[in-house]
Design a protein around this ligand. Structure first.
Ligand code: CS2
Ligand code: MG
Length: 407
């Protein structure tokens, strides 16, 4: 069996999804996602100029060897652009494998460990009252887990995930141009407001609701330890990215002062970004995404390592991931003995469903994986032609005195 051709498509509803389609001499094709948020053209170019010409003629069934060829063969290892490109190839090869076996991917991993996978929604509010309404709406929809982000008094622009005018701007991609909007941050204002706000949410919604909160890399290790201690009585499901995740020792201080569960890893792209955090049991949830972290082959290794150290999965599921990445994660979630929760924002809009038809379904805050062979998602090439690439950017963050900070 041979790979005969592969094509890359960039486009989608309100997102520049990067979709790879690998064709074979047996008519079976595979699909993969290489969408690197706000840098979409780069993995697309890497695939087109370097990787696809190498894939032609290879046996698509040898997904492990092809992964090793890509990773070792590049010489310059890791990095989000390369790993997203390998991720798309790897997903497409697993998709082909599943179609050949006539089995959904979770069966190839070891079958189902659960019927549905719990996921969490994003509640946001310009202020606490507004946030309470947003949480209540998700609870009414049946969600058992909700991430809560709130506008901070005296800090009008930089409360992560809270658009200035609610709904006016997509907080993970600003399409007004390639130059980022600047937001102003003050950790003191945040730390004075947020623990009490989280407690009010707990009091209003009771002990059963899983409450998650994302600090989005904004605190220093000492501040993070203080914050984690302050929010301990809330009983959070997790505290996400309290510190910038590239400092793997930063969490030691937090661990000495608090038992709050910690989730990290949405910006990681390799097992070597998180092996220390996992082996030293400094985190409770690993947040990698199948796209950014080199596909199913590599992420499955991370999941297995995590399982040895009581670390559960909490795969990244921001709207930047296409339904292909979310499907790969749905299959891993169905299988993983150490599944924790899934962030879920993508599937289900009519435009997305038209572009990526699938039978994965979401009900009452749970994702139910499709039984179709492979990833269980198709791709409509005529639909994608409706969309043009739109350059966008993440905001950047500065402190009140102008010092550059972490978005
Ligand atoms: C976020 C992301 O989902 C999350 O937890 O931290 O939305 C993140 O801001 C984006 O993926 C950035 O591209
Ligand atoms: Mg996050």
């Amino acid at each position: 069996m041979k790979i005969t051709d592969a094509r890359v498509f960039v486009g989608g509803p309100k997102k520049n999804y990067v979709t790879l389609k690998i064709m074979t001499d047996q008519g079976v094709y595979g699909l993969g996602d290489a969408t690197l948020n706000n840098r979409e053209t780069l993995p697309a170019k890497y695939l087109q100029d370097y990787l696809i010409p190498n894939l032609i003629g290879m046996d698509p069934r040898n997904s492990e060897d092809i992964w090793q060829f890509l990773y070792r063969g590049a010489y310059f290892r890791r990095g989000p652009i390369a790993m997203a490109a390998y991720g798309a190839i790897d997903m497409a090869l697993w998709d082909i494998k599943g179609k050949l076996a006539n089995m959904p991917l979770y069966q190839l991993f070891g079958g189902k460990s659960r019927d549905g996978a719990m996921c969490y929604a994003h509640a946001t509010g310009a202020d606490l009252e507004d946030l309470m309404d947003s949480v209540a709406a998700y609870v009414d929809e049946g969600y058992k887990a909700v991430r809560v982000q709130c506008g901070i008094p005296g800090m009008p622009t930089a409360s992560y995930a809270v658009p200035e005018e609610k709904g006016a701007r997509n907080y993970i991609t600003d399409y007004s141009g390639i130059r980022p909007t600047v937001e102003i941050w003050d950790s003191g204002k945040y730390m004075r407001f947020m623990p009490e706000a989280l407690m009010r949410i707990r009091e209003r919604f009771g002990p059963e609701l899983h409450i998650l909160h994302d600090v989005h890399h904004r605190l220093t290790p000492r501040e993070a330890a203080e914050f984690a201690k302050a929010v301990e009585p809330v009983g959070l499901f997790w505290l996400e990215d309290p510190t910038p995740a590239d400092d793997q020792d930063a969490l030691k201080l937090l661990r000495r002062h608090s038992t709050v569960p910690v989730a990290i890893g949405e910006v990681f792209n390799s097992i070597y970004d998180c092996n220390k955090l996992i082996e030293q049991e400094l985190i409770d949830y690993i947040r990698v995404a199948v796209t950014y972290a080199g596909g199913i082959t590599h992420v499955k290794r991370i999941v297995d390592l995590a399982a040895l150290h009581h670390v559960k999965t909490g795969f990244h599921g921001a709207p930047s991931h296409s339904p292909l990445c979310m499907a790969a994660q749905a299959h891993l979630n169905a299988w993983a003995p150490n599944f924790g929760v899934q962030e879920y924002l993508v599937l289900g809009t009519p435009e997305c469903d038209a572009l990526f038809p699938s039978e994965h379904r979401m009900e009452n805050g749970m994702v139910y994986v499709s039984d179709a062979p492979g990833l269980g998602v198709d791709f409509d090439e005529t639909e994608v032609a409706r969309y043009e690439y739109q350059p966008g950017s993440h905001p950047v963050v500065r402190l009140e005195d102008g010092t550059m900070w972490n978005y």
